[in-house]
Design a protein around this ligand. Sequence first.
Ligand SMILES: [Zn+2]
Length: 303
Amino acid sequence: MKRKLSVFIVPDSGDVRQFSLTKPLIITALAGIVLYLGLSLGFSYGFFTTKVKEHKIDELTRENKFLTAKIDEFNQSIEGLQGQLADLTDKEKAIRTIFELPEIDPGERQLGIGGPNMLPMEEEVVPSRVSAYQSEAQLDRLLAETKFEKEQFNDVYQALLDKRDDLDHTPSIMPTKGWITRGYGNKRDPFTGEMKLHAGVDISNRIGTPIIATAEGTVVTVGRQRGGLGKMVKIDHGNGYMTVYGHLSEFKVKRGQKVKRGEVIALMGNTGHSTGPHVHYEVFKDGRTVNPLNYVITYAAAN
Ligand SMILES: [Zn+2]
């Protein structure tokens, strides 16, 4: 038996209308509604997910731009640092030249720093990645260069300290104030008139004028020579340097005492084989006398 559904439309006024709906018609209508809803739901889902993806891509693009810009900034900072490090390296080289310290040959410099870093092979070259790898490589190199340069400055610092120590122990000032009355070399002896080597310089002034040590060292002799130098002081400065001060009137140091450059060791006198108040000053280098004036850097005695 066929089922039939009747629908009555009853308006407030007018005739009542009746529709008859068969089962297949109802099923068709319901299927149509379900299909419509399903499709529109599917479309809107697709629409929204596309929107969300687009939004995500926008966000990532902005993020990527920001990071790429940052990497560029880092690269510029690294270049700035490289420039400053290059300046420091030039200064180090200049210090080596000025103070006659051994120069590091470029090969050793290169070895100390290492070669340029290789970029990893990429299936696809992405500019931001290349940029990132470049900054990484530059940063590694900068760190290696900085470490190497720091070692160079430590070396230079130590070498200068040693040099300063050497200079402190080199007799490089005048032992007293006064007038050079006899230089170093072959001179006529004032007593005998014979030509012979005058192994030091004579500096004349009043008796009692302070005599100072011309470099850092240790007093090795405080004594009196009959004739000859009279009252004399001898100082060992190390590095093969010795100095002798003769014809003194008074000692101000004892044997074994350590003295600094400029420290008063005695007073000028006229003792020994002398024709007037003066100091006879000798400098020995490796056991042989040398012209003391060749070592004098400044003629101003320290007091
Ligand atoms: Zn003399």
